[in-house]
Design a binder for this molecule. Structure first.
Ligand code: NDP
Length: 339
C-alpha cells in the first residue's frame, strides 16, 4: 500500500520533501471482523489549498485538524468500496469523501462518505465541480454575495477549481464578470472557455488598483476573494457603495509567517461594504440541490470545467505544492488508480 506521509510540520512554502512516499508491505484486504468500517480503493485524490494549513503546527483552533507528522495525509478523494462492515455500503459502491493519501484506506467512520449517484461524468469531478470546491463556489456566490442581475463581479484566482465556477455561476445570473489569473494561458481560458467578460494577468500589472479601474470603470459590486494581500487592498479602493466581499480564501498568505497588512479597510465604512468569510462545511445541507442543478448544467453544456490531472500517487506531493506557485491549470487532481 503506497502512502504519502507528512514528514514534519511545515513553515513557509511547502516543499516536495515535506512529504514522504512509503510503501507498507501489507495492504488491508478485508474490514476487521465485527467492525463497521469500510475498506476503499482510492481512485482520485484532490489537492486543495486548505491542506497547507493542516501542515502547520497548530497554534489556533481551526475548523480542520492539523496533520500528524509521520502519519498519512488525508484529503478529499473518490474511491471504490472493496469491503464493508457498514450496512449503508457494499463492495463495488463508488463514493467520495475524506480518505488517506494512499492506495487503500480503511475508513472507520464511513457515515461521512457520499455515494456517487451519477456516473455519466468523469469520476474525478467529485473532487471538484461536483464536490467540495463546487459547493464552495455555489454557496459562496449565491448565499454570501447576494448577487443581482446586471451587477459587476470580480473573481481572483479565477481559473482555479473554485474561481472558474464562481465566474460561470455569476454569468448564469446575468452579471458582468472579470477574473484574474497568473499566466496568459489561464487568462485565455477565462475569456475563451469560461465565458468571463474580461480577464487580466495580475503578475503583469504594475498597478493592481489601476488594472481594476480599467476593468470596472464604475466599480465592483461583488468581489469573490481567493487570494488576499495586495489584491484585497486594490479591490477595496475599487468597490462600489454597498458592495459585498465574500472571503473564500487568502492563498497569498498561507505560506507567510507574518501576514501582510491590509491598508484600505476604512473603505468598508465609507462605502458600507459587507465583507464576510465563510467555509464550505456550513453549507453541506445544500449539497443535494446543488448536485441536481450542477449535473444538469454540465449535461446541458451550461457549465464547463477544466481540471489538471496528474497520474500516479508519487506525483501527489509535487501536485499539492504546485498550487502555491500556480502550476495547476484548473482543478488539481491526482489519478491513483483506474476503476
Ligand atoms: P486553485 O485551483 O485556484 O489553485 C490555487 C491557485 O491560486 C493557483 O493556481 C494560483 O493561480 C493561485 N495562487 C497561488 N498563490 C498565489 C498568490 N500568492 N497570489 C495570487 N494567487 C495565487 O485553488 P482552489 O480553487 O481550490 O481554491 C481557491 C481559494 O479558495 C483558496 O484560497 C482556497 O483556500 C479557498 N477555498 C476556500 C474554501 C472555503 O470553504 N472557504 C473551500 C475551498 C477553497 P494563479 O496562476 O492564477 O496565480
Amino acid at each position: 500500500n503506497k502512502q504519502v506521509l507528512l514528514r514534519d510540520y511545515v513553515t513557509g512554502f511547502p516543499k516536495e520533501d515535506d512529504m514522504v512516499l512509503t510503501t507498507s508491505s501489507t495492504a488491508p484486504e478485508k474490514v476487521p471482523e465485527g467492525s463497521n468500517a469500510v475498506l476503499v480503493k482510492n481512485l482520485y485524490l484532490s489537492c486543495d489549498p486548505y491542506m497547507r494549513g493542516r501542515m502547520s503546527k497548530p497554534l489556533h483552533k481551526s475548523y480542520t485538524d492539523a496533520f500528524t507528522p509521520g502519519s498519512v495525509i488525508t484529503g478529499y478523494g473518490v474511491c471504490k468500496v472493496v469491503d464493508s462492515g457498514h450496512p449503508n455500503f457494499k463492495a463495488g459502491d463508488l463514493v467520495w469523501g475524506m480518505i488517506g493519501w494512499e492506495e487503500f484506506s480503511l475508513i472507520s467512520m464511513p457515515e461521512a462518505l457520499i455515494k456517487i449517484k451519477y456516473t455519466d461524468v468523469p469520476l474525478s469531478y467529485y473532487t471538484g465541480i461536483l464536490g467540495m470546491p463546487g459547493l464552495t463556489a455555489y454557496a459562496g456566490f449565491h448565499e454570501i454575495c447576494s448577487p443581482k442581475k446586471g451587477e459587476t463581479v470580480y473573481v481572483s484566482a479565477a481559473s482555479g477549481a473554485v474561481g472558474q465556477l464562481v465566474g460561470q455561476f455569476a454569468k448564469l445570473m446575468g452579471c458582468y464578470v472579470v477574473g484574474s489569473a497568473g499566466t496568459k494561458e489561464k487568462v485565455d481560458l477565462l475569456k475563451n472557455k469560461f465565458g468571463f467578460d474580461d480577464a487580466f494577468n495580475y503578475k503583469e500589472e504594475p498597478d493592481l488598483t489601476a488594472a481594476l479601474k480599467r476593468c470596472f470603470p464604475n466599480g465592483i459590486d461583488i468581489y469573490f476573494e481567493n487570494v488576499g494581500g495586495a489584491m484585497l487592498d486594490a479591490v477595496l479602493l475599487n468597490m462600489r457603495d454597498h458592495g459585498r466581499i465574500a472571503v473564500c480564501g487568502l492563498i497569498s498568505q498561507y505560506n507567510l509567517t507574518k501576514q501582510d497588512s491590509v491598508h484600505n479597510l476604512f473603505c468598508l465604512i465609507t462605502k458600507r461594504i459587507r465583507m464576510q468569510g465563510f467555509i464550505e462545511p456550513d453549507f453541506k445541507h445544500l449539497y443535494p440541490q446543488f448536485l441536481e442543478l450542477v449535473i444538469q448544467y454540465i449535461r446541458d453544456g451550461k457549465l464547463v470545467y477544466v481540471e489538471d490531472v496528474v497520474e500516479g500517487i508519487e506525483k501527489a506531493p509535487s501536485a499539492l505544492i504546485g498550487l502555491f506557485s500556480g502550476r495547476n491549470v484548473g482543478k488539481q487532481v491526482v489519478l491513483v488508480a483506474r476503476e
